[in-house]
Design a protein around this ligand. Structure first.
Ligand SMILES: *Cc1c(COP(=O)(O)O)cnc(C)c1O
Length: 443
């Protein structure tokens, strides 16, 4: 056969959905891109640490940990940064430093990673869940206002997926009610709110260095930033058994207050410091790739792509797409959940690596339903009276039901080509919405 004969057949195969025997839109090698990107600089940084004299993270003098703390505080425009063993321990240390403890409630978004809600419990405080905004997926200030009660001690906004929470409105509420604001910026390294880096907007802010985050280490790590000298001091003592460690003074092994062992290791810090050298370039590449990807999808009916609120920048840690069967022109009987499930299956067949992120509001996690906690029902049993109501979190519930996410693949600075192929797959699906509708149960 001549190429003139095969071209139309090849075209048809490319247009047909992979689930119906067509050619998948995304070649295999573009379905999974490495993250973190590990270079010889990173390897050298780790090996240099092994050969250096600062393996003990409380070693005297300058260490990779203290260098990373200095560099990250500068980036966040805060006076202090305290390295920790992971983001969850950073949250717990921050709550401890802010004086949050038994009998207190902390307002947490219904949509987040579980750690945002476990950290208050580790500090013997009770998380109270408030609903999120349907567009930014961050705490809805009106829902927070309704959740504030006599036992509320702090608000814990999460800059979910890399989009800053509405910090002006939340800060105003906190001021009016005398509450602390602790930012969970674990997914939002480098994001800005009204020109200011997240993390430095509340009393304290917390970042995770876990491998899948935008600023990774080669394992686990966390960073706590604050302008409050007492919070920084308390966090440093808290991560080090309650001791006071001072440069040039021998360790005295005296614990002045309750402490844990939540230190960041030198090797992890050295790896992150090396990554930090490339952070701006990676972020710029990622932003360019993501914007080109989202621009192609913005006009598809029934698909809501993530957007950025006026005055904010987005760290693009996770991309969340909402699906609306009515706007897509699907028949009445197709529910948002059925539409999402059909799109999920068909896109995966195309090689587009979408997944769900969070299968339920945090309030419905078994750990918060059963309330066993510290064996005897604490911290809930420590409250005087029943805990505040969580409300029914309708937005969180809808978002969990009707959305799909893209995680990790787009973080790689060279993901531009892959994202364009993902867009091919999504456009192909939208050219076959009749198939989607049938799969989603349309008659
Ligand atoms: C990852 C994450 C954390 C916890 O960080 P770890 O370093 O994994 O302990 C907390 N909050 C959010 C929103 C996260 O995504």
């Amino acid at each position: 056969m001549s190429s003139a004969d095969t071209a139309p057949a090849a075209d048809a195969k490319a247009r047909r959905l992979a689930a119906l025997g067509g050619r998948p839109a995304v070649p295999r090698d573009l379905r999974n891109l490495p993250w973190p990107v590990v270079t010889d600089d990173d390897r050298k940084a780790v090996l240099d640490t092994l050969d250096g004299e600062s393996l003990v993270s409380n070693a005297d003098g300058e260490t990779p940990v203290s260098r990373l703390e200095r560099a990250w505080a500068d980036r966040c425009a805060t006076r202090w940064c305290v390295g920790t063993s992971n983001g969850t321990t950073a949250l717990q240390l921050a709550l401890a430093a802010l004086g949050v403890g038994p009998g207190d409630e902390v307002i947490v978004p219904g949509l987040s990673f579980i750690a945002s809600a476990l950290a208050p419990v580790h500090q013997m405080a009770v998380p109270v869940f408030a609903d999120v905004d349907p567009v930014t997926f961050t705490l809805d200030p009106a829902a927070v206002r309704a959740a504030i009660g006599p036992r509320t001690a702090a608000i814990l906004p999460v800059h979910l997926h890399g989009h800053p929470a509405d910090m002006d409105a939340l800060g105003e509420l906190a001021d009016r009610h005398g509450l602390a604001v602790l930012e969970d910026a674990a997914q939002a390294h480098g994001a800005r709110y009204r020109g200011r880096p997240v993390g430095g907007l509340g009393r304290a802010g917390v970042f995770s260095l876990q491998v899948t985050k935008n600023l990774p280490t080669c394992g686990e790590g966390g960073l706590l930033v604050t302008d409050d000298e007492e919070v920084a001091r308390a966090a440093r003592m808290g991560r080090q058994f309650g001791e006071v460690m001072e440069p040039g003074r021998d360790r005295d092994y005296v614990s002045y207050r309750l402490g844990w062992n939540h230190k960041l290791s030198s090797v992890q810090a050295a790896f992150t410091l090396s990554q930090l050298d490339r952070f701006d370039r990676y972020e710029a590449d990622r932003t360019r790739n993501v914007e080109a990807f989202l621009a192609r999808l913005a006009e598809l009916p029934g698909l809501t792509v993530p957007t950025v609120a006026e005055g904010s920048t987005h760290a693009w840690h996770i991309l969340r797409f909402r699906l609306d069967p009515r706007a897509a022109g699907l028949p009445e009987e197709v529910t948002p959940g059925a539409f999402r499930a059909a799109v999920h299956r068909l896109l995966r067949a195309e090689g587009v690596p979408v997944s769900r992120y969070q299968l339920m509001p945090l309030s419905e996690q078994k750990v918060f339903q059963d309330r066993v906690g510290f064996g005897s029902g604490h911290p809930w049993a420590a409250l005087d009276g029943p805990p505040a109501e969580n409300g029914d979190l309708p937005v969180t519930r809808a978002v969990v039901e009707d959305s799909l996410t893209l995680q990790k693949r787009h973080l790689n600075p060279d993901a531009g080509e892959a994202l364009q192929r993902y867009a091919d797959g999504i456009e192909k699906l939208w050219a076959n919405l009749d198939v989607v509708a049938r799969m989603a149960g349309a008659s």
